[in-house]
Design a protein around this ligand. Structure first.
Ligand SMILES: *[C@@H]1O[C@H](CO)[C@@H](O)[C@H](O)[C@H]1NC(C)=O
Length: 642
């Protein structure tokens, strides 16, 4: 969930609380706990800008696992190091701020195996965080009693029984006379949510804050606001009792960096033309109209951005539709907000600028089914690679969506998109320049440019780097980004041979063409496309399809480094199959030139590679698992079944 984002993002809340009218106008909630630089919990509450602070996350629970908290660098829960939060929670509550605990997050390990598993977790939550158990010594925050539970469940796998959790937790809530406990959820914007869908329809949730970001098919897009509108309508219709809203921010860190809630609450320096409708809170809630607040990425300096946020104030159930459909005076207001949100990253260039940057396309770096890549310099002197896309049939809309999804990422193992050009049929992407080219230069053995062989240590570091980049794409953002086209040509190497994944997000744009290229790949034998991409009956297309491509790349790297031995034998056999059957022989033959530490690395790469290319997507490990495997000892690694 710790998505780093440079485009703008919206976090919409549709809350459906029945007792709406007593809430303050400035009903802002914020997630806290995933960035050690965001300041303490108590300090967050002390700003007086938040009605609720949601501690994130309980990232391990269910399926017999020992539940575990994760508050990033704030404290170490495993060593009881988070006990100090007790005083913070109590301080927050004394300031009138509710403190919730969020379950899930992008990097956790969680899910229920059965209804009774869910029930067990409900009881655990009740006893451990909500005061159920009298024995405070068993509770990580001692005497402090939280105000409720939030579900931020990544919907990238089909996970069920959250409705059971909601039922069981609410029945525990109901057994308590104070009536203080809340149940909230933060589903992703695609409706219905794969994991929380059934739970949300129980009507047991006090607030539902829909994350209108991280998914191009439903997030805010400055060039096509109808995407957000139709997603919004879907949620509004699905939860028809929505009659009240607020604003939820991910996260406290970015809120502080952007000063967003300061502006919103008007508690400090309200900007002229403040967006706060009414402002005072005295007017009857029903008269308040909806407003969308949007924060554009403001910290591009650090390559980072604000995620998040926002939304709907006082919406009346009886309207049965969203305010912008009413043709009222609010509509122009909404339009102007939307218009303001032109992103400044990445930069948009005109075609003539692109031409100038590349000196009229003088230096071609490479060519593929998508078009050609040229070397160039931006006006401020930065070295760049400019990818000119062949004319595509789609309209510019799709291209822009892809640009938006690329620019949402920021990771050392993902290439940085600096700019783009969209002018008529001319489409270009401007990337940082990678002096060492793409991985295929090294894996295919076409090392005409001299000795391009990389050492085993370097190869291993590259393998780990790619895994980190992919893991980030799959888990680092709220919505997994599936690359669909992992292959050596798309792995670029910087001056230190650190790998950077490129062209992700363009997969959709170019998928068909590029698939053909991959299949007819240079070796003619190894395809990087997972079987389920060809034939859905083999399983659902998912991030596991990238895992397959990754596995092939890894095996390719191993094989290319050592192609001499393999070529004779594998000509008649599928290389991975050969490797599977001859692992010891391969490692043995290879090690004559290397020490035993390196053998270890090679063996590890092969085993991981083989796991990743398992035929059934469900048999393949996730990228997080892959990273675990790469970091573990070889002796602990089992050979895959097939
Ligand atoms: C827990 O949830 C299950 C499934 O929703 C339900 O059958 C059971 O009655 C619930 N138990 C309690 C105590 O609410």
């Amino acid at each position: 969930m710790a998505c780093v984002c440079r485009a703008l993002c919206i976090y919409l809340i549709l809350a459906h609380a029945t007792a709406a009218s007593s809430a303050a106008v400035n009903n802002i909630s914020v997630y806290w706990g995933q960035n050690a630089d965001e300041g303490s919990l108590e300090k967050a509450c002390g700003t007086g800008r938040y009605a609720m602070v949601i501690m994130a996350f309980l990232s391990v629970f269910g399926s017999g696992q020992t539940p575990a908290l994760n508050f990033a660098g704030h404290c170490d829960p495993s060593a009881g190091g988070c006990a100090g939060l007790r005083d913070h929670i109590i301080a927050c509550q004394s300031m009138g701020v509710k403190v919730l605990l969020s379950l899930g997050g992008g990097r956790g390990s969680y899910g229920f195996s059965s209804s009774s598993d869910a029930k067990g977790v409900a009881t655990y939550l009740w006893d451990t965080f909500l005061g159920g158990s009298g024995d405070t010594s068993l509770r990580p925050f001692g005497e402090a009693v939280l105000d409720g539970i939030d579900l931020a469940i990544a919907s990238n796998s089909s996970q069920s029984h959250y409705d059971d959790l909601a039922h069981n937790l609410t029945s525990l809530y109901n057994g308590d006379k104070s009536g203080r406990y809340l149940l909230t959820a933060a589903p992703w914007c695609l409706y219905p949510d794969a994991s929380l869908g059934p739970a949300l329809t129980t009507g047991l949730f006090d607030h539902v804050w829909v994350q209108f970001y991280n998914n191009p098919s439903c997030q805010y897009n400055p060039r096509n606001e109808s995407i957000l509108r139709s997603a919004w309508d879907q949620w509004a219709q699905a939860l028809p009792s929505a009659n009240y809203g607020g604003i939820t921010l991910w996260s406290r860190y970015y809120d502080e960096a952007s000063g967003y809630s300061v502006k919103l609450t008007g508690k400090a320096d309200p900007p002229s033309g403040s967006l706060i409708p009414g402002g005072s809170g005295n007017a009857p809630p029903r008269k308040k109209m909806i407003i969308i607040y949007i924060v554009a990425g403001t910290s591009g300096l650090f390559g980072v951005c604000v995620i998040l946020l926002t939304i709907l104030l006082w919406y009346k159930k009886r309207h049965g539709m969203m305010p912008w459909h009413r043709g009222s005076r609010n509509v122009p207001r909404l339009e102007s907000f939307l218009q303001r949100q032109e992103t400044s990253h990445p930069k948009r260039y005109t075609y003539s600028q692109v031409k100038r940057m590349t000196k009229s396309f003088a230096h071609e770096l490479g060519r593929g089914g998508y078009g050609s890549v040229f070397r160039g310099n931006t006006p401020d002197g930065r070295e760049v690679a400019v990818k000119m896309l062949k004319d595509t049939d789609g309209d510019g809309e799709e291209f822009m969506n892809e640009v938006a999804s690329i620019s949402r990422t920021s990771h050392v193992n993902i290439v940085t998109l600096l700019g783009f050009c969209l002018q008529g049929s001319k489409r270009a992407l401007v990337y940082e320049y990678m002096p060492n080219g793409s991985l295929d230069r090294y894996t295919f053995g076409n090392n005409s440019e001299g000795d391009q062989n990389l050492s085993w240590d370097m190869l291993f570091d590259i393998v780990v780097g790619i895994a980190r980049g992919l893991e980030y794409l799959h888990n680092g953002c709220n919505t997994p980004i599936v690359h669909f086209d992992i292959k050596p040509q798309n792995i670029l190497l910087d001056q230190d041979f650190s790998p950077k994944i490129s062209d992700f997000g363009l997969a959709k744009l170019c998928r068909q063409k590029q698939s053909k290229i991959s299949i007819a790949g240079m070796r003619g034998t190894v395809g990087y496309i997972a079987p389920e991409v060809f034939n859905r009956s083999y399983g659902a297309v998912s991030s596991k399809s990238d895992v397959y491509g990754y596995g092939m790349v890894v095996l390719e790297m191993v094989g290319a480094r050592k192609q001499i031995d393999v070529s004779t034998d594998s000509s008649s056999k599928y290389f991975p199959q050969w490797l599977y059957e001859n692992l010891d022989q391969f490692c043995g033959a290879t090690t004559c030139e290397i020490n035993s530490g390196t053998t270890e690395l090679v063996r590890k790469m092969i085993i991981v590679g083989l796991w990743c290319i398992q035929f059934r997507p469900t048999d393949r490990p996730s990228m997080s698992k892959v990273l675990d495997m790469l970091e573990s000892n070889t002796v602990d690694l089992q050979m895959p079944p097939n």
